[in-house]
Design a protein around this ligand. Sequence first.
Ligand code: GLU
Length: 326
Amino acid sequence: MTKRITVLATGGTIAGSGARGTGRGYTPGRIGVETLAAEARALGIAAELDTEDIAAIGSQNIDWALWERLHAHIAAALARDAAGVIVTHGTDTAEETAFLLDLTLAAGKPVVVVGAMRPADAVGSDGMRNFANAVRVAGDPAACGRGVLVVMGDEVFAASDVRKAATTSVDAFRGFPRGPIAAVTPSSLDWFGPPARAGEGARFAWPAALPQVDILAAYAGMGDCTVEALLGCGARGLVLEGMGQGNAPDAVIAALARAARGGVPVVRSSRVDQGYVDRNLEVDDDALGFVAARSHGPAKARILLQLLIASGITDPAAMQAHFDRR
Ligand code: GLU
């Protein structure tokens, strides 16, 4: 039976077009999703696609209002007869949107975030191929119970693992601690293992709002003024994008410890691409009241910390349990 799939567009390069076929100089979010779907139908893609343009932005401008609208539309489509939902999205913040949705939707029917690295009218555009791959994933019953998925460059990633790791190449996405969990083409789909989250409900209720949580990047010679400035701007939580294992100069660690003592949760993550940030190695998290981000990069750590604060979970041990969870 032909699968019914809801496609919600938000913009990004997958809907981008430019003045030149070289792809240099273009505007994201210019092409309506129905155009994309019509092209897919013309290629003979076997699915019924219900489309809606939710927004037409570069994803660097995504905000709370759009996330809220997107979440509501996805929940409504899944409650109706959609076998799955595809969200077309800019790649810059695909990681954040996918992870936020992953934490706030049940791991039931597939929800697939897809984008492109080259605009639709550029030579070698990857948008239609990624979209065709996303249709294949969203229509596959074996995609259920895996949480929100990101489809890019003939690979499928779990939202909890994925990050954009290159600025321009078509295989710009990587996964940590797991790499891709499936290989996909418009005519094939191979899952590398069984669903890990079958039957799991939403980990967090959709919040009424997300609190201000800021990320501060550590560098050699850094002082404590960034911490003080962010607290002065109203930060209710802080994520350190630290060096190595989530380290920072002593003055920064001391300022963060003062923040944690004052009731502003602090999560230590790393500016390094891959690897865990574990508790109590060089930094005494137990004594200073910090949380270790474990496998979460700074952008994902921020989303999780926002949801924890919004849910009233601010005890360091309770927060750590969520960061430890896979
Ligand atoms: N910066 C834009 C965005 O994230 C375009 C980049 C892209 O989609 O790859 O939406």
